[in-house]
Design a protein. Structure first.
Length: 126
């Protein structure tokens, strides 16, 4: 497995620079996570989890806890990485828009199923 310093996050679409099959980047399998808070928290305790959210209003985020989604109109449109949660239950999310965006490329998402985060979580197993 490579560290962030060995294979840094750039936030821009490009080609994978890893090669071979035992370099820690090639997925072995995946598993769907149950659509509830405890299941996602438990999965995150083991490794980051790929999730989809509604990001229609996310581009203007700069800091704080994001909760700008209409819960009656959840149409998932952006993949992000759930990397943790804080003591208030806010999800700690790594975005793909680069470190210049949000809080150095991260943002906090309000607890529970805000923006549909619990609708389609997927954990990659390397």
């Amino acid at each position: 497995m490579k560290t962030e310093s060995e294979y840094p996050y750039t936030g821009f679409q490009g080609s994978c620079k890893a090669s071979g099959t035992s370099n820690g980047y090639k997925p072995v399998s995946f598993r769907y996570i149950s659509s509830n808070t405890l299941a996602l928290q438990t999965a995150i305790n083991a490794s980051p989890v790929s999730v989809a959210i509604v990001a229609s209003n996310l581009s203007m985020y700069s800091s704080g806890v994001y909760n700008n989604c209409n819960p009656s109109n959840i149409k998932l449109n952006h993949a992000v990485l759930a990397v943790g949660y804080d003591t208030k239950g806010n999800w700690i999310i790594k975005n793909s828009w680069g470190t210049y965006w949000g809080e150095s490329g991260y943002f906090l998402l309000a607890p529970n199923n805000t923006c549909g985060i619990l609708d389609d979580p997927l954990q990659i197993i390397a």
